[in-house]
Design a protein around this ligand. Structure first.
Ligand code: 6PG
Length: 471
């Protein structure tokens, strides 16, 4: 008896995705070199599931029906190439290999070509939602070969999260579009997480809130228009007690951030193809600064800060911080989505932006009720270049912008580091300014390097022999 699907890599994510697929009535085989993981898989399966595990790659491949549909759940980078090297000789023409890790899109392009040369399909597929998502319904971002996608579609729709009965999965475009969309998802994830930490810092240092009060504030936020996965888990974090001391766990965690690279790739990409995403950039850079803990300690002693001038009206302050967070979050999505628009042109991905925001509404880490509004915006205009240009979105922005300015001003005047919030505002102000002072910059470039400039009153390219006052 043959199995419909196969999964390579039975770590927690691989196992959970496998169970999810099996729960939905698809037979599936799992492979891992580690026999312990194979045993764990079989022990954890329920009677309704048709699953098999093996630590032999040959046996695994022979168990799969044609065309084979094999999902890779191994860490991005060399492990993917290692699996491909071992498995490719065992496969037959028309088989499909789907990489469900956070692979770099350029690696996927290379692998697509490499496997196409021997008649195999290779697809990059973003999966978001962490361990629980994989088990109960993630957001799934597949891209690449349309025919191969068609074979997977019913299964992907069955296992993904649902919003209003609609599956949180859709075809994200050609080539490595699936990985690209997931990369940008993670860039936005970095930005929102950074913004939430800044709001937390403002509330604890500015308004003096303790963890119980922070819990209440985040609970209220999550119950309203800011309802989202990241606000929800942040609420819960403020409640978690520490097992080792009497206090709260969050207070015992060292303030040094880790990162696996997807945020950095997003920033590098934006620079490479010319898109401004400063809030994502600063989210990456904030994690980097945080790692220099010892230097930060020395610097904080050298440049001690004045005491914070507390806000006059704490309640109003909390509301403004919430509105600022809401708007800065919206602006972060705007930056990430603008990157997708440009990348879609640049790499001929043909990314359907409307479907991107649609499938981000559930299952993924950046799911939020805000995405419903973006979905409406793209439903009206699929070619919207930036969501800030949508009429309805502009109404929200106008309602919140004063809070963002006041919050940013409070942070700046009190020396509370809020570079994510500042860059969201800075981006907004630049993007919404008709005449930037870049006329002067162009003059400087032409002055020292004859780089030329354009004029506002006539066509053409100009160069001036600029006069120095020194002569
Ligand atoms: C998701 C997450 C997931 C993972 C990130 C974390 O969508 O489920 O984004 O992919 O948690 O890779 O990335 P960092 O380790 O870089 O924070």
């Amino acid at each position: 008896e043959k199995y419909s699907y196969g999964i390579v890599g039975l770590g927690v994510m691989g196992r959970n995705l496998l169970y999810n697929i099996a729960d939905n009535g698809f037979s599936i085989a799992g492979f891992d070199l580690d026999n312990e993981k194979v045993k764990d898989l079989e022990n954890g399966a329920t009677p309704n599931m048709i699953v098999a595990g093996t630590d032999s790659l040959e046996e695994f491949v022979s168990k799969l029906e044609a065309p084979r549909k094999i999902i890779l759940m191994v860490p991005a980078g060399n492990p993917v190439d290692a699996v491909l090297q071992n498995i490719t000789p065992l496969l037959s023409k028309g088989d499909i290999v789907i990489d469900a890790g956070n692979s770099y899109f350029k690696d996927t392009n290379r692998r697509v070509d490499q496997l196409a040369a021997v008649g195999l399909h290779f697809m990059g597929m973003g999966v978001s939602g962490g361990e629980k998502g994989a088990r109960r319904g993630p957001s799934i971002m597949p891209g690449g070969d349309l025919e191969a996608f068609g074979l997977l579609q019913p299964m992907l729709e069955a296992i993904s999260a649902k919003v209003d009965g609609e599956a949180c999965t859709a075809y994200m475009g050609k080539g490595s579009a699936g990985n690209y969309v997931k990369m940008v998802h993670n860039g936005i994830e970095y930005a929102i997480m950074q913004l939430i930490t800044e709001a937390y810092d403002l509330l604890r240092k500015g308004a003096g809130l303790n963890n119980d009060q922070l819990y209440d504030v985040f609970k209220e936020w999550n119950n309203g228009e800011m309802n989202s996965f990241l606000i929800e888990i942040t609420r819960d974090i403020f409640q978690q007690k520490d097992d080792l001391t009497d206090g709260y766990l969050v207070d015992m965690i060292l303030d040094k951030a880790g990162a696996k690279g997807t945020g950095k790739w997003t920033s590098e990409q934006a620079m490479e193809i010319g898109v401004s995403i400063p809030t994502i950039d600063t989210a990456v850079t904030s994690r980097i600064i945080s790692a220099y803990k010892e230097e930060r300690i020395k610097a904080s002693q050298l440049y001690s800060k004045d005491e914070i001038v507390k806000p006059e009206n704490a309640e109003l302050f909390i509301k403004e911080v919430g509105d600022a967070l809401y708007l800065a979050t919206l602006i972060s999505y705007a930056q990430g989505l603008a990157l997708l628009v440009k990348a879609s042109e640049e790499y001929q991905f043909e990314i359907p932006l409307k479907d991107v925001v649609k499938i981000w509404r559930g299952g993924c880490i950046i799911r939020s009720v805000l995405l419903e509004k973006f979905y409406l915006a793209y439903s009206k205009d699929e070619n919207l270049s930036n969501i800030l240009l949508d009429q309805e979105i502009s109404e929200i922005v106008k309602e919140k912008i004063t809070s963002l300015r006041k919050t940013a001003a409070f942070a700046v005047s009190n020396g509370i580091s809020t570079i994510g919030t500042q860059t969201a505002l800075g981006y907004f102000d630049a993007y919404t300014t008709e005449s930037l002072p870049v006329n002067l910059l162009q003059a400087q470039r032409d002055y020292f390097g004859a780089h030329t400039y354009q004029r506002i009153d006539r066509e053409g390219v100009f160069h001036t022999s600029w006069q120095s006052a020194n002569n």
